[in-house]
Design a protein around this ligand. Sequence first.
Ligand code: 3PG
Length: 342
Amino acid sequence: VRAEEESGLGPQVVVVEDVWGPAFDRLGQRVDITYQPDAWSEPEQLANLTRSASVLVVRNRTQVDRSLLAGAGSLGLVARAGVGLDNIDLDAADALGVVVCAALGANARSVAELAVGLALSVARDIPGHDHRCRQGRWDRATGVELAGRCWGVFGLGATGAQTCLLASALGLRTIGYDPYLAAGDLPPGLDRRVERPGEVLAEADVVSLHMPLTPDTSGLVDRDFLASMRPGSYLVNVGRGGLVDEAALLDALDRGHLGGAALDVRAEEPPAVGAIEGHPRVVLTPHVAGLTDRAQDRVVDALGAAIEDVLAGRPAAHAVGRRDRPGPGRFGGPAAGGPADG
Ligand code: 3PG
């Protein structure tokens, strides 16, 4: 017997971060949606809300760990309003019978637009000029033109590929590294794919990071990585803060080896104000690369489709784990003791 039938309640969709859009308005006409955008930060409230949920909607701040999943007996789907999965224990979800879906690709163009905007900001010191103009200063310092230079991309998934397209449209050569991309795949806009990170670093004037945070990528941008970057080059991070050793980055900036850095993501979010915040050749944004009107509508559309699928007993669209149907006894799954789940 399914949990929702036992309880007499219909499916409960619980949104615990600020995720909303027209697709949820439509869904809300048929299904009970609880919208608690701050619940991610209150462990007790989060556990209480999740306990009876059929679907849990999160961004990147909710820690969807094994204990939260284990305490959520009717949960059939975790819907991640974005791409990064470092806040979700995918193995636990798979083992416990919970489907995880993510809006892969939905925010890629927006992330790429910000990556380019950040590179232009650093190369032309737009924030510094803005700041000085507001103080009545008129310092006409020379900037760096990007056309004809080389943009290097780490991670050739959707956001990296879109960044190649935009960089290429600006007249940069593009070079990329991604050990997980199928052999022979060359995203449009990418001029050359290389097998070793050092090949990117030797050529690129702008290096942008689009990798997920995993044990393999954590701290990837360390002293050696930075020392291998071209003198005067720029680092743009729109992946995850944990990819970069910030102390090593500060050192590379202070020694004048790097021309500048732009960080949309940080190891701790929000970060404590420190030397990075005070650095004149660092441009900062608060993890907003994917946060645009159109990207968010696409994200919510994708989650809405996956939720509709699970509620209707179909395989979930955009599933990212090993399962696309909930396990027995979970919402949308076969009744406990019924047919084996897939
Ligand atoms: C992502 O992983 O898609 C981005 O980091 C944006 O995530 P968020 O919109 O959930 O903050």
